[in-house]
Design a protein around this ligand. Structure first.
Ligand SMILES: Cc1cc2nc3c(=O)[nH]c(=O)nc-3n(C[C@H](O)[C@H](O)[C@H](O)COP(=O)(O)OP(=O)(O)OC[C@H]3O[C@@H](n4cnc5c(N)ncnc54)[C@H](O)[C@@H]3O)c2cc1C
Length: 414
């Protein structure tokens, strides 16, 4: 694979861009792999990448029923932060955030990580208490966040209205090194690096059966035929329940649509990410100038990957209170993705009742930010049977009542 560099860009400009090669191969599946990962979203691709990079396991296939990055990874609003309350969450999200800092160099692919700062507004007394508590917890965890005053909020976000009609802004939890990254580029960068290691990324190939023998996984059935493997990683977000059923076990997960929308592009007006969880809305400005807007999940379980009018109305109505300029914006497009929610709003990275079969799921509304850390930990778990990053997120916690309650950090926020 050719190295991307400023020199390569200049060279290709001179020869009319005829020398670029395909970023990843599109091979036919082999009969057998050491590891199969189902799902070519960010988490599946990152798991494959760190299996190869950190453990030398490169006889790997990543199997995707659609196109790579076409699930939630290509549909999210790209907020990256690590200001969670519980220690295991802070550890994995901060690992991910710190990997994002150097990811473009590591993958030799510009993922456009932009640590522009993420702000979570406190608009009720209980939010003040909750976010101040999180700031203290983050200090103990080594995650840099701070509680800031309404005046500081206004300095950072001049377009904000501090005196909302229902909920004035009373302060905010601020993470200066949080931000955004280009979602497709994260998937594409990992895919290119996996392909360069000789891994097979097989798109348009749906897994429709999991084969086991003596309680251990031996392979999968797909629309391109049966493929054998020693280990299987199920990393399919909102479709995890379906894959688990194929393997013969159940998971404590619900699948729900989460929607987002963008406005027409406008001149730069806000260079941080703002989340207003009480009124249920959040906003950032993309590099193209569109205001990227999201809100809460649908109120019912479903598998519809599309937007709906009531969501635009509810989210925009809420945001107008805090950002009156939103009332003059035209909305361009909306979409939805199927997220997988656990009861404690924390992910599952775990062995399963089937030997050799692992799951990485339950990231719910907030798993884009964790992709590098999740891939790192999941690869360690699959390669060695144990990872300090994933230990607390095992399935056992639901039997033992060891919940990792992140309902405040993950409520509506992403
Ligand atoms: C609207 C929206 C906004 C969001 N905003 C944010 C945010 O701002 N910040 C944040 O951190 N997170 C956010 N998220 C959450 C984040 O997008 C997800 O947690 C994350 O992308 C999950 O990645 P994944 O790789 O696990 O899943 P996905 O990217 O969904 O990948 C799973 C893949 O598995 C494939 N698959 C499913 N079934 C099969 C099968 N049977 N055979 C083969 N392949 C299969 C799917 O086609 C899919 O490509 C948002 C999500 C949505 C929908």
């Amino acid at each position: 694979m050719k190295h991307y560099s400023a020199f390569a860009v200049a060279r290709e400009a001179l020869r009319y861009h005829t020398g670029w090669e395909r970023a990843w191969r599109s091979p036919q599946p082999k009969k057998r792999y050491d590891v199969i990962i189902v799902g070519a979203g960010g988490h599946g691709l990152a798991t494959a990448y760190y299996l190869g990079k950190n453990y030398g396991i490169q006889n790997v296939a990543v199997i995707e029923k659609g196109w790579l990055g076409g699930g939630n990874t290509g549909r999210n609003t790209t907020i990256i932060r690590s200001n969670y309350l519980q220690d295991p969450s802070a550890a994995i999200y901060e690992k991910a955030r710190s990997l994002y800092e150097g990811l473009s160099q590591d993958l030799n692919y510009n993922v456009m990580f932009s640590p522009r700062g993420v702000m979570m507004l406190a608009q009720t007394q209980s939010e003040i208490r909750g976010y101040q508590r999180t700031a203290h917890a983050n200090n103990l965890q080594g995650v840099t966040t701070e509680w800031i005053s309404p005046q500081r909020v206004k300095e950072l976000v001049p377009i904000i209205n501090l005196d909302g009609p229902r909920y004035p802004v009373l302060g905010a939890l601020w993470q200066a090194r949080g931000g955004t990254a280009r979602h497709d580029a994260v998937a594409w960068g990992y895919a290119r690096a996996c392909s360069a290691m000789g891994m097979d990324i097989i798109q348009q190939c749906e897994v429709n059966g999991v084969r086991t023998e003596g309680g251990n996984v031996v392979g999968v059935d797909t629309t391109k035929g049966a493929i054998d493997c020693d280990k299987l990683g199920v990393v399919v977000a909102g479709h995890t329940g379906q894959l688990a059923e194929m393997a013969g076990f159940r998971l404590p997960l619900e699948s729900i649509a989460l929607q987002a929308l963008v406005s027409e592009p406008i001149k730069p007006c806000m260079d941080v990410v703002v989340m207003a969880n009480t009124v249920h809305g959040y906003m950032s400005q993309s590099d193209k100038g569109e205001m990227v807007i999201g809100g809460g999940t649908d109120a019912f379980n479903n598998y519809t990957q599309r937007g709906s009018f009531h969501h635009i109305e509810e989210t925009v109505r809420a945001l107008v209170e805090t950002f009156p300029m939103v009332s003059r914006l035209k909305m361009l497009r909306q979409w939805g993705g199927i997220v997988d929610m656990t009861g404690d709003r924390s992910p599952i990275l775990s062995k399963t009742p089937v030997g050799g079969c692992f799951v990485n799921c339950g990231w719910g509304t907030g798993g884009f930010k964790s992709i590098p850390g999740s891939g790192w930990g999941m690869a360690q778990l699959m390669a060695t049977g144990h990872s300090p990053l994933t230990e607390a997120f095992s399935l056992d916690r639901f039997k033992e009542g060891r919940f990792i309650d992140e309902s405040v950090a993950a409520g509506v926020a992403h």
